[in-house]
Structure formats: structure tokens, C-alpha cells
Design a protein around this ligand. Structure first.
Ligand code: TSX
Ligand code: MN
Length: 595
């Protein structure tokens, strides 16, 4: 195991980790197809991967039932002072957390191979991109990282040339004794899982889980938690946002970045195909945006990822045909159900439920069963390049210039279909107070209002009060080149509990109004909460929605809005003295406008 690389920091780190974790073998990844195939062959041989007859080069994995999602209460932002992590993060002192985790890491890779995965978040060599190296003992992680990030020998060359990288240490926490038989999804029990971030030294330590954001460390850990802390220090933005390009019939392009809490259909919007004639929509990313101010003073965005790690249940040719077409080949499915003819299935995929399935736990399942066949958090990992509407500029190292920011949430009442902020600071207030009603997908009661500022609550790597301040500061720097900020709610219902807005492709009508606002072609009416479309402001050609429903979608109930104030106040109070005064002023002004 005399592995040496030219990058001294990497060399030293590999040796340190190997001495601590004591793997049987070390392997440095190069990102080639041959390597992917070799890893997958190993996973097939061990029985972890199930090949799918119906989809070329695609495989199904079943996780341990205790390891099915990100573990937010085992996720830590470990800074020297607790207050730097802030009220929205779990905190443990770095020295103490490292002590605890070193004891767990001690010998944790015995009987396994230690994979060193050099990857780039963002196009290799882009000035907005960052390099990471994940060390993991999971070949499933290696395959997923091949799809979700750029793993390549070109990254190794940049490292050899002395470029810096973010070390991401991962172990499933399941060493094998000599002769011990492996299980299908090795992992550690919940009380030994730790997803730890040390933003002061750009370091990630993850232990005990093989699932999603707990294990694919380039995504939530690096591209959001560590990157958000770097972005504040370095004057850029790392956001939980989709990126899309809209093109109008005249060929003018608009770039939109949008943040929504979970269960609002972010991936669906990222791949949405407009219902209005002559408008085109292309996908650049569905989850994360890294943005820097360019030489012309505008804000440029890249998607740091190279794949989609999407929630499968609810994805169908009705809700997201472009995603369905992305999933035809070269896909890793996790915790989906298996059909008798060798395909995957999940709740909401088709109207007809197959007569027989193997559920996500590997048991026989029949349609009369009360349990779901696929886990509610079942996932697909698919290359972004396979999306039929991927934008030709999705890998442009310069990024795309953002014109519009959208925030939103799922609200059955109170919040109108769309409104524009009065100013940047007012838009930051909208992001900071963004809220969604809980659905069956959340834990606890359905319909509770949950504030999820900028959809960043689980992903901000530092004090959220400082994060609000950073947004205000970016607005000052961008000045009149700043994107305009809108708030949307696709989910308002009538008093019979029916959705008022058709959503999906028809959301293009709302996006069109935003573009017309940018171009000074659409009037808006001033209301206490923001700028709303005037009557007939939104293009409803061919939609057949009633005037009454449209009125209800845009109605502002000032009484109901006044009733929101105490909750916003309680929400803001959590941030104490870290809450920027500008946001307190925004709240005061809203209260005054509501009368
Ligand atoms: O993703 C959704 N979007 C954004 C699409 C680009 N969903 C699914 C949310 C769960 C992830 C939506 N659901 C949207 C939406 O705009 N709107 C709704 C609510 C809705 C559901 C079904 C209908 C209409 C609205 N069906 C009919 O009107 C027939
Ligand atoms: Mn996300």
C-alpha cells in the first residue's frame, strides 16, 4: 500500500486516514467508465446491486431500513464558538467531536478497500469550481460520485500541480473481521452516525451512513454547508437553488434561480416544459447554484453537480416527463420497488399499479398491501447530460447570468400565486421568512407552517443571521445589476380543498410575467405585501381558468397577513443580535403597510 501522489497535502492525508482506518487496500479513482464498470461488477458479485433488464446499464440498490435519508439530528457544524454555528445547526466543540469520531474511525475500514475519489464540483477548471477529495470505503459511493460529480484524472493532474482541495472523509462504519460475510448494505446504527463539518478548516468527516447526502459528500456537505461558509468569506453565493433558462419567442434568454423547501417540486420546475406557445425552457441544474459576480457586475451561476439525485416517488410522465426520459439508462436506483420483468416502480409513477412487486425491503408486495412498495425517499442517480432539455451552456465554465430569483413554499391559503419584492432588501426578507406547510412526507402533523429561510435551514454552514447579512451585502455590491426577486405559491386551494392553479407546465405563464417585469413590459399593482400582476397581467391563453379562481389566487387577505406577524417575529427572535437590522425594518414596514 505504498500509494503516493504528488500533492503533499493529499499524500499526507491519505497516509493519516489509512493509519487510522486500517483498510486492507487503497485505490485511487480516475473516473473512467472502465472503473465504474469494475466497481459495479464488484457490487453485482456481492449481491448489493440488482441489474435491471428493462433499463440499459442500470441497477437497483436496497439500503438498510435504518439508513434511508439524511440524518439532520446527527449533522454537526463544528466551529470553535457555538454561536458561529447559530440557532439552526447542531454544534459540538471541534476537539471533542474529533476525539469521538477518531475512536469510531479507528480500524473502521478493516476488511475493506479505501477509495480515494478526486472530484471537481463544477466544470473542471472553471473559476467558480472547487476540488474535493472523498475518501470512502463504499464502492456504491464511488459509483454515485462518478455520476453526481466530475471524478477524473484531470482533477488528479490539477492536484499534482498543487491545487488545493477540500478533504471529505467517509466511512460506512462497518469493518469486516477476517472471514466475516458482508451484508447487502453495511452501515452503523443511528447513534454512531455522525455527519460533521469543520467550516473553519474546510473539512468534512462522515461516519456510519451510506445514504445520499450523508455519504455523497460533494453534494450537501461540500457544495452547500462548506461552500456557503467559504462563499461568505470570499464574497460569493452557494445556494440551494435550481437553475433554468427561459427563452421567449423573440429568442431573448432569461436565467432563473429558484429556492423551494422540500416537497414543492423543485426538480419538476427545473425540467418544466412551457405550455405557452413559442417559449422554451432548458435545465441547468435542479438542486444547487454557485454564483459569483462577473466582470460586468452581474451575477453568474454554475451548477456544481453533474447529475440528478432525485426523489423517485411522484415522478411520472405527467409530473416530469423530462426526468422520466433522463432515467432510461445508466441510472442507479435506490430503495425503489422491483417489477417481475426487471424494472423499477414507485408510487405515483403510473396510474396502474403492477400486480406484483418486490418492495424496497426485498419482500413480496401486492397492490392490496397498506405499505408503500418504494420508500418515500427512494432515489434515482442519473447523469445530467442525459436530460433531453439540458441547456447547451450547462457546463459553461463562465456560468449563466441570473436575471431572476424565486422563493416559494407550499401554502393552501394566504399567499398569492406570485408577487415581486419592492427591493432587494424586501426580497431578502421574503427569502428569510419563506415558509411551507408540512405534507405527509414530513414528520409530525400535516399542515403545520414551517419556516425554511432560503430553503437553507439544513444546509447553511454558519450562523443563519450572518447568512441573511451576507445576502444584504451581495445586494449592495450588485446594485442595479442585481437579479429581481419574486415569491410564488403553486399550492393555494379553494374552500373545497381543490388546487386553484394547474401548476406544472402552466407555471411558465407565471415565469413569463416575471420576464415581462424585467423588460418593463408588465404593470404591477402595489399591495401591502409586494407587487402583484394587474388583472389579465398573466397570460392565460388556452388555459380556461375562471376569472373567479384567478381573483382568489391573487387575493390578499390583510387580516390573515396580519395574523402571520407573530410567527415571523418568533422566527426572527431565534437569531437574536445576529439578525440584521434591515430585516427588522422590513418586518416593521410590512406591518405598517398592512395597517
Ligand atoms: O412539482 C409540482 N409543481 C411544479 C411543477 C413544475 N407539483 C408537485 C409537488 C410535489 C412534489 C405540483 N403540485 C404543482 C407544481 O406546480 N402544483 C401542484 C398541485 C396540483 C396537483 C395536481 C393538479 C393540479 C395542481 N392536477 C390537476 O389540476 C388536474
Ligand atoms: Mn435539495
Amino acid at each position: 500500500m505504498d500509494i503516493t501522489v504528488k500533492n503533499e497535502k493529499l499524500n499526507k492525508w491519505i497516509k493519516e486516514v489509512a493509519d487510522m482506518c486500517r483498510p486492507d487496500d487503497i485505490y485511487i479513482c480516475n473516473g473512467t467508465k472502465e472503473e465504474y464498470d469494475r466497481m459495479m461488477a464488484k457490487l453485482l458479485a456481492s449481491g448489493s446491486a440488482i441489474p435491471l433488464k428493462k433499463r440499459t446499464n442500470s441497477y437497483l440498490f436496497r439500503s438498510d431500513p435504518s439508513d434511508v435519508a439524511r440524518v439532520e439530528d446527527r449533522t454537526y457544524i463544528s466551529t470553535s464558538a457555538r454561536d458561529e454555528a447559530g440557532p439552526t445547526n447542531n454544534w459540538i466543540d471541534p476537539a471533542e467531536l474529533k476525539e469521538t469520531m477518531k475512536r469510531l474511525y479507528e480500524g473502521c475500514m478493516k476488511g475493506r478497500t479505501m477509495y480515494v475519489i478526486p472530484f471537481s464540483m463544477g466544470p473542471v477548471g472553471s473559476p467558480i469550481s472547487k476540488i474535493g477529495v472523498e475518501i470512502s470505503d463504499s464502492p456504491y459511493v464511488v459509483c454515485n460520485m462518478h455520476i453526481m460529480t466530475r471524478v477524473s484524472s484531470r482533477v488528479l493532474e490539477l492536484l499534482d500541480a498543487g491545487e488545493d482541495f477540500i478533504p471529505c472523509l467517509h466511512s460506512i462504519g462497518a469493518p469486516l473481521a477476517p472471514g466475516q460475510k458482508d451484508v447487502q448494505w453495511p452501515c452503523a446504527p443511528i447513534e454512531r452516525k455522525y455527519i460533521s463539518h469543520f467550516p473553519e478548516e474546510n473539512l468534512i468527516w462522515s461516519y456510519g451512513s451510506g445514504y445520499g447526502g450523508n455519504a455523497l459528500l460533494g453534494k450537501k456537505c461540500l457544495a452547500l454547508r462548506i461552500a456557503s461558509a467559504m462563499a461568505r468569506r470570499e464574497g460569493w453565493m452557494a445556494e440551494h437553488m435550481l437553475i433554468l433558462r427561459l427563452t421567449n419567442p423573440e429568442g431573448k434568454q432569461y436565467h432563473i434561480a429558484a429556492a423551494f423547501p422540500s416537497a414543492c417540486g423543485k426538480t419538476n420546475l427545473a425540467m418544466m416544459q412551457p405550455s405557452i406557445k413559442g417559449w422554451k425552457c432548458e435545465c441547468i441544474g435542479d438542486d444547487i447554484a454557485w454564483m459569483k459576480i462577473g466582470a460586468d457586475g452581474r451575477l453568474y451561476a454554475i451548477n456544481p453537480e453533474s447529475g440528478f439525485f432525485g426523489v423517485a416517488p411522484g415522478t411520472s410522465y405527467e409530473t416530469n416527463p423530462m426526468a422520466m426520459d433522463t432515467l432510461k439508462e445508466n441510472v442507479i436506483f435506490t430503495n425503489c420497488a422491483l417489477t417481475d420483468d426487471g424494472d423499477v416502480w414507485w408510487e405515483g409513477m403510473t396510474d396502474d399499479v403492477p400486480e406484483h412487486l418486490i418492495d424496497w425491503k426485498g419482500r413480496d408486495w401486492d397492490p392490496d398491501s397498506k405499505v408503500d412498495a418504494a420508500h418515500a425517499n427512494a432515489r434515482f442517480t442519473a447523469p445530467a447530460a442525459q436530460c433531453p432539455v439540458i441547456c447547451k451552456d450547462w457546463e459553461n465554465p463562465a456560468g449563466v447570468p441570473i436575471d431572476i430569483f424565486i422563493f416559494g413554499g407550499r401554502r393552501t391559503s394566504v399567499v398569492p400565486l406570485v408577487y415581486e419584492s419592492f427591493s432587494w432588501d424586501h426580497g431578502v426578507f421574503l427569502g428569510a421568512t419563506a415558509a411551507s406547510e408540512t405534507t405527509a412526507a414530513n414528520i409530525g402533523a400535516v399542515g403545520n407552517l414551517r419556516r425554511d429561510p432560503f430553503a437553507m435551514t439544513p444546509f447553511c454552514g454558519y450562523n443563519m443571521g450572518d447568512y441573511f447579512r451576507h445576502w444584504l451585502k451581495m445586494g449592495e455590491r450588485l446594485g442595479d445589476k442585481a437579479p429581481r426577486i419574486f415569491y410564488v405559491n403553486w399550492f393555494r386551494k379553494n374552500d373545497e380543498g381543490k388546487f386553484l392553479w394547474p401548476g406544472f407546465s402552466d407555471n411558465s405563464r407565471v415565469l413569463k410575467w416575471m420576464c415581462e417585469r424585467i423588460d418593463g413590459k408588465a404593470d404591477a399593482q402595489k399591495t401591502p405585501i409586494g407587487l402583484l400582476p394587474v388583472e389579465e397581467g398573466i397570460d392565460l391563453t388556452g388555459l380556461g381558468i375562471s376569472e373567479e379562481n384567478m381573483k382568489e389566487l391573487m387575493r390578499i387577505d390583510t387580516q390573515a397577513w396580519r395574523a402571520e406577524m407573530p410567527d415571523i417575529e418568533r422566527h426572527f427572535a431565534k437569531f437574536g443580535s445576529r439578525l440584521p437590522e434591515n430585516l427588522t425594518i422590513q418586518l416593521q414596514e410590512l406591518r405598517r403597510r398592512l395597517g
